[in-house]
Design a protein around this ligand. Structure first.
Ligand code: SAM
Length: 255
C-alpha cells in the first residue's frame, strides 16, 4: 500500500488530472453517467457521501442541484483542507470554473457557475476523516441515499481479494437499503502517476464489480457497468476506467 500521508500532494494531483480548462473525456463521461443515474432514480438522493473524495469537487458540483447534503470523506487532512478552503471561498488555489461550466452544459441548465458553486458550498456538509483500512472506516457512521467513490478502493487495497472481500464492502455499508452506489475505477491498473510520483493500485475488471455488488446485496437488475477508454492517461498508468452503479436491495442491512 502506498504511503499517502507523506507523498500525496492535493494541488499536484489537481494539476495532473483536473487542470487544462476542460474535463478529461473519462471525467466527462463519469459526470454524464452520474447525472443520468440520478435523474433515473424514482426519488432524488437527499444525502450523498463522497468516499475518498481527495481534493476533487466536480462530481459534487454535478450533484448539487439534486441533493440536500453532500458529506465528503478522505484519509488525508490535506485533501479535506483543500475542500474546506474552497467551501469557505478562502485561499482557493485551484480554478474549477471551466470544468464547472462544462458540467452545467451536461446538466443542460442555464444557471451561472457562481450560483451553482454557492449552492454546493451550502450543501457540502461534514468533512469526515476516513480510513478504509479500519472498521468502521468512518467513526459514528450513518447511511446515505447515494454513496460515490472514485478511484479510491483500488488505490488502498493490497490485492484484489482484499479489494473485493473487505474494502469495497466497507464503502457499500454506507448505502441505505434501496439507496445507490456509483464507483469509478482505473481498469487493469497497477499504479498511477500524480505529478512525477507513482502510486500503487490493484488491477480490477468489470466482472469484479459485478461480483462484489451482487454479493453485497445490490440488485442485478439495476446494475450498470461502462468501460471508458482514456488514451490521454496512457502514460499515467491506465488506458480505461470502469464506471459501475447499482441500487441496494430493500432488505439488505449490514449494521
Ligand atoms: C486516486 S485518489 C482519488 C481522489 C478522487 N476521488 C478523484 O476522483 O480523483 C485516491 C484517494 O484515496 C485516498 N486514500 C488513501 N488512503 C486511504 C485510506 N486508507 N482510506 C480511505 N481513503 C484513502 C487518498 O487520500 C486519495 O484522496
Amino acid at each position: 500500500m502506498t504511503d499517502y500521508t507523506s507523498r500525496f500532494d492535493p494541488l499536484l494531483y489537481l494539476k495532473t488530472y483536473y487542470s487544462g480548462g476542460e474535463l478529461s473525456s473519462d471525467d466527462r463521461m463519469l459526470v454524464k453517467l452520474l447525472i443520468d443515474w440520478v435523474r433515473a432514480l424514482a426519488c432524488p438522493p437527499s444525502t450523498v457521501l463522497d468516499f475518498g473524495c481527495g481534493p476533487v469537487l466536480h462530481t459534487a458540483f454535478a450533484l448539487a442541484p439534486f441533493c440536500e447534503r453532500i458529506d465528503m470523506a478522505d484519509f488525508l487532512d490535506s485533501n479535506l483542507s483543500t475542500i474546506e478552503a474552497w467551501k469557505q471561498n478562502s485561499l482557493v488555489k485551484h480554478d474549477w470554473s471551466a470544468m464547472f461550466r462544462t458540467i452545467l452544459q451536461l446538466l443542460g441548465v442555464r444557471t451561472a457557475v457562481e450560483g451553482q458553486a454557492r449552492e454546493l458550498r451550502e450543501k457540502i456538509g461534514h468533512l469526515l476523516h476516513c480510513d478504509l483500512r479500519e472498521e468502521p472506516p468512518i467513526q459514528n457512521p450513518i447511511q446515505y441515499d447515494l454513496v460515490q467513490s472514485f478511484y479510491c478502493a483500488e488505490c488502498v487495497a493490497n490485492d484484489l481479494t482484499e479489494w473485493g472481500e473487505v474494502l469495497v464492502p466497507r464503502i457499500l455499508s454506507f448505502v441505505k437499503p434501496e439507496g445507490s452506489a456509483v464507483f469509478s475505477t482505473m481498469k487493469n491498473c497497477q499504479g498511477y502517476l500524480s505529478g512525477s510520483d507513482w502510486f500503487r493500485a490493484v488491477s480490477v475488471k468489470e466482472a469484479d464489480w459485478e461480483r462484489v455488488l451482487i454479493k453485497n446485496g445490490f440488485d442485478p437488475k439495476t446494475l450498470l457497468i461502462d468501460t471508458v477508454a482514456t488514451p490521454e492517461w496512457e502514460q499515467h498508468g491506465f488506458q480505461e476506467v470502469i464506471i459501475a452503479r447499482a441500487k441496494r436491495n430493500r432488505s439488505t442491512s449490514v449494521w
